[in-house]
Design a protein around this ligand. Structure first.
Ligand SMILES: CCCCC/C=C/C(=O)SCCNC(=O)CCNC(=O)[C@H](O)C(C)(C)COP(=O)(O)OP(=O)(O)OC[C@H]1O[C@@H](n2cnc3c(N)ncnc32)[C@H](O)[C@@H]1OP(=O)(O)O
Length: 303
C-alpha cells in the first residue's frame, strides 16, 4: 500500500475470487450499443455490466442481478473483479455505479446467503462483503453512486463507500441502514462509515431506529449529496464526476487515503474476528428465525 503520485492504495489479493466464477462470463468484451471504437467497448460479467469510455476515463458500472440486485456471493465477487480490472487500467480515473434493475439500486445482503446456510458458507460470504467494502472505500478512482432505486442496508454500504451520491427524487427510493428492523446489527466498520458521513448523533438515531430516509431527508441529513429528478441522475452523476476529476489525481487520492485509512485499517486489523462475530451472530437460532420471518414477509408482500 505504498503511497505516491498516482499510486493505487487499495489492498490487493485479500481474497481470491476467481474460483467462484464458475460458469460466468467475466471478462467478455462486446461492442456497446451504437458504439464503435475501443472507447465504446463494454465488458463485464453476468451480474456487472461495465460501459467504459476511454476518452473521458470514466466507466459506468451497472449492477444487474434481478430482481433487486441482492448482494449474492457471485455479485460481490464479480463487483470486486470488475473494480480491480478498472483500478489496474491506467485509462480509468472514475466509476459511476448504478443499477440496471428498475426501481432498486441494491436490496442489500442476499438474505438467502445467510439463511439456513452453514457457518463456513456464512464466513465465505462475509469475507466477500468485507472485501468489496475495503476495495470500494479505499479505491484510488473517483466513485460516484447514481442511486436510481431503493437503497437499504447493504445497498447503502455500497453507496456510502463511494465519494459522492446522487439520488433520484422518488419517495419510494429510500436509503439507510435498516439492520435493526431485521433484528441484526451493523458491524463496527459500517457504523464508522455512517458516522464519517452523517455524524455521530444522526448515526446514533438512524442506526438504532433502522431509519430509511426518503430523498429530501437523505439530503438534509447528508447521506446523499444531490437529489435530482429521476431522468437527471445519470447526467448529474457525470457532472459530479467532472468536478472530482478536475482535481489532480495524486492530491485527491492522498487526501482520500488520509480521510479513510484509519477507518479501513480498523477492519483490516480485525478481519478474522469480525468474520467470527458475524458468523456466530447470524447462525444463532433466534437470528435465523428473525431473518427467515423477514424473508417470508418480503415474499408474501408480493402481489
Ligand atoms: C449482521 C450483519 C449486518 C450486515 C449489514 C447488512 C445487512 C443487509 O443488507 S440485510 C438486507 C436488508 N435489506 C432489506 O431490508 C431490503 C429488503 N427488500 C425490500 O425492501 C424490497 O425488496 C425492495 C424495496 C428492495 C424492492 O421492492 P420490490 O421492487 O417491491 O421487490 P420485492 O420486495 O417484491 O422483492 C422481489 C423479490 O426479491 C426478494 N428480495 C428482496 N430483498 C431481498 C434480499 N435482501 N435478499 C434476498 N431476497 C430479497 C423478495 O423476497 C422477492 O422474492 P420472490 O418473492 O421470491 O420474488
Amino acid at each position: 500500500m505504498a503511497l505516491a503520485s498516482g499510486v493505487r492504495f487499495a489492498p490487493r489479493a485479500l481474497l481470491r475470487p476467481w474460483a467462484l466464477l464458475r460458469g460466468t462470463t467475466l471478462g467478455r468484451t462486446e461492442p456497446a450499443a451504437g458504439g464503435g471504437g475501443d472507447g465504446a467497448r463494454r465488458f463485464g460479467s453476468q451480474r456487472v455490466l461495465v460501459e467504459p469510455d476511454a476518452a473521458s476515463g470514466v466507466a459506468v458500472m451497472k449492477l444487474r442481478n434481478p430482481p433487486v440486485n441482492a448482494l449474492s456471493l457471485e455479485l460481490l465477487t464479480e463487483l470486486v473483479i470488475s473494480l480491480e480490472k478498472l483500478e489496474n487500467d491506467k485509462t480509468f480515473r472514475g466509476i459511476i455505479l448504478t443499477s440496471d434493475c428498475p426501481r432498486v439500486f441494491c436490496a442489500g445482503l442476499d438474505l438467502t446467503e445467510i439463511c439456513g446456510r452453514n457457518p463456513a458458507h456464512c464466513a465465505e460470504y462475509w469475507k466477500a462483503m468485507q472485501e468489496l467494502w475495503l476495495r470500494m472505500y479505499l479505491s484510488s478512482l473517483v466513485l460516484v453512486a447514481a442511486i436510481n432505486g431503493a437503497c437499504p442496508a447493504g445497498g447503502c454500504i455500497i453507496a456510502l463507500s463511494c465519494d459522492c451520491r446522487v439520488l433520484a427524487d422518488n419517495p419510494k427510493y429510500r436509503i439507510g441502514l435498516n439492520e435493526t428492523l431485521l433484528g441484526i446489527i451493523a458491524p463496527f466498520w459500517l457504523k464508522d462509515t455512517y458516522v464519517n458521513t452523517i455524524g455521530h448523533r444522526a448515526s446514533e438515531q438512524a442506526l438504532q431506529l433502522g431509519s430509511l430516509f426518503p430523498p429530501a431527508e437523505a439530503l438534509q441529513v447528508g447521506l446523499v449529496d444531490q437529489v435530482v429528478p429521476e431522468d437527471q441522475v445519470q447526467s448529474t452523476a457525470l457532472s459530479e464526476m467532472a468536478r472530482w476529476l478536475a482535481v489532480p489525481d495524486h492530491a485527491r487520492q492522498l487526501t482520500k487515503n488520509m480521510m479513510r485509512k484509519a477507518t479501513a485499517d480498523r477492519l483490516l486489523r480485525q478481519r478474522d474476528a469480525d468474520t467470527q462475530n458475524f458468523v456466530s451472530f447470524v447462525c444463532r437460532d433466534s437470528i435465523q428465525k428473525s431473518l427467515q420471518a423477514y424473508l417470508e414477509k418480503l415474499r408474501q408482500r408480493k402481489g
